[in-house]
Design a protein around this ligand. Structure first.
Ligand code: SF4
Length: 404
């Protein structure tokens, strides 16, 4: 059986797809990169914006047109499907979440015995440390799709990281809300109850790799994590992707993001930035959230401008029916949302250019991350991509690289 995979959404989804791909692979399926050659397409869906669901439906129709006989849709949007996805052309099954056994069963494919880990020959790997989230941000339906925070046992994670370290120079710690790692763990015997403690345990057990944090809330960077970022740059990449969403406290409140304010976010980031000579810093920001005033928007622009971001991910607000934000008063028109998104992106682009200029000519800790633009692609500790000619690459997976 030829199987084609496609993933929408975040790193947690990429990780889930990888596990399903492994399960098919171990069972003897052939993974193909063209849906026209496939007997089955497995699509991992995302529900973070209504736009992602529109893209999913379009993609499923496209796959059906290319001739692929059957499609399985799994993941977050699948978990919330009320029949719309199931009715799309070619859809054989809709599988809530991404359990490999459930997907194999839905495909009528024999179960194989696969373990976690072993994610193919790449030099960056993903390690999912938890799933789910206990929060209820009003723009997010992830909680509905993925349930409450569930941390994986530290012993399992160390074992998986050891396995991955054989093939990978960098391991990215992913999940839905990784800053809450360990808060659901009960029992006096467990000594690892926070993300910082987990990262320390992983570094001690697997010192040969560079770990990188996936998206983590700025105010959930505890003292242990901060110390590791500052003192152990070979083991923990100097990079945070810390969702901000808005720089206006009244908007954060309407978003249900009660655990930080613009001031506490700023204080944590500034404290870290003062202590990290090299610091890759990114954030997600939503443009035009319902009820956002011009003043609120300017508060976001001012905060973004003031902090040492090295890139931004800007999301124009889009109504998604499952999320409470769809019912909030003060919905803004598409032109206002677009204009605000454009202004936020302009700040982001200026930050990217300024940081690159500052780092140009400096040496960084590079990890081979693939090939692109006909060149070798290298990722630095502070999340810059450097392209090298094949002749300039020694073939090592981790090496000092000059930023160009
Ligand atoms: S913290 Fe908020 S945005 Fe993030 S997964 Fe949880 S509910 Fe969604």
């Amino acid at each position: 059986m030829n199987v084609y995979f496609h993933t929408f959404g975040c790193k947690a989804n990429q990780y889930d797809t990888e596990r399903v791909r492994q399960a098919f692979d171990s069972g003897g399926a052939v993974v193909v990169d063209d849906p026209a050659l496939a007997d089955l397409a497995v699509i991992n869906s995302c529900t973070v914006t209504s736009e992602s669901e529109v893209k999913l439906r379009r993609f499923v129709r496209h796959v059906a047109k290319t001739g692929c006989a059957q499609t399985i849709v799994m993941g977050c949007a699948a978990a919330l499907d009320d029949g719309v996805i199931a009715a799309l052309p070619g859809v054989r099954a809709v599988v809530a979440n991404a359990d490999p056994e459930a997907v194999l069963a839905a495909a009528g494919f024999p179960l194989s015995t696969t373990g976690r880990g072993g994610q193919g020959v790449r030099t960056r790997a993903l390690l999912k440390i938890q799933d789910g989230c206990d929060e209820h941000c009003t723009f997010c339906a992830t909680t509905l799709a993925r349930g409450n925070n569930r941390s994986r046992p530290v012993e399992d994670l160390i074992e998986e990281a050891r396995g991955l370290a054989g093939q990978h120079a960098e391991i990215v710690l992913t999940g839905v809300h990784i800053g809450t790692y360990g808060t659901d763990v009960r029992g006096a015997s467990c000594v690892v109850r926070s993300l910082g403690q987990l990262v320390e345990a992983l570094i001690n057990a697997v010192p040969a790799v560079r770990f990188r944090l996936g998206s983590v809330e700025a105010t959930e960077v505890d003292d242990t994590l901060a110390r590791l970022l500052i003192e152990a740059p070979r083991h923990l990449a100097a990079h945070l992707h810390a969702p901000l969403q808005s720089g206006a406290n009244r908007v954060l409140k309407r978003m249900g993001r009660h655990w930080y304010t613009a001031e506490s976010y700023r204080a944590r980031i500034e404290w870290l930035a003062e202590r990290l000579p090299v610091f890759g810093l990114g954030a997600d920001v939503i443009a035009g959230f319902p009820g956002e005033t011009e003043d609120d928007h300017h508060a976001s622009l001012t905060l973004l401008d003031a902090l040492p971001f090295t890139y931004l991910h800007v999301f124009p607000f889009s109504v998604r029916p499952d999320a409470p934000a769809a019912r909030l008063p003060g919905q803004l028109g598409p032109e206002v949302i677009r204009a605000r998104a454009r202004e936020l992106r302009e700040v982001g682009e200026a930050k990217v250019a300024a940081y690159r200029l500052r780092r140009r000519g400096q040496t960084a800790d590079g990890v081979f991350s693939g090939r692109g633009r006909g060149k070798v692609e290298v990722l630095t500790e502070d999340y810059l991509t450097v392209y090298l000619g094949a002749e300039d690459w020694s073939g090592e997976s981790r090496f000092a690289v000059e930023i160009n």
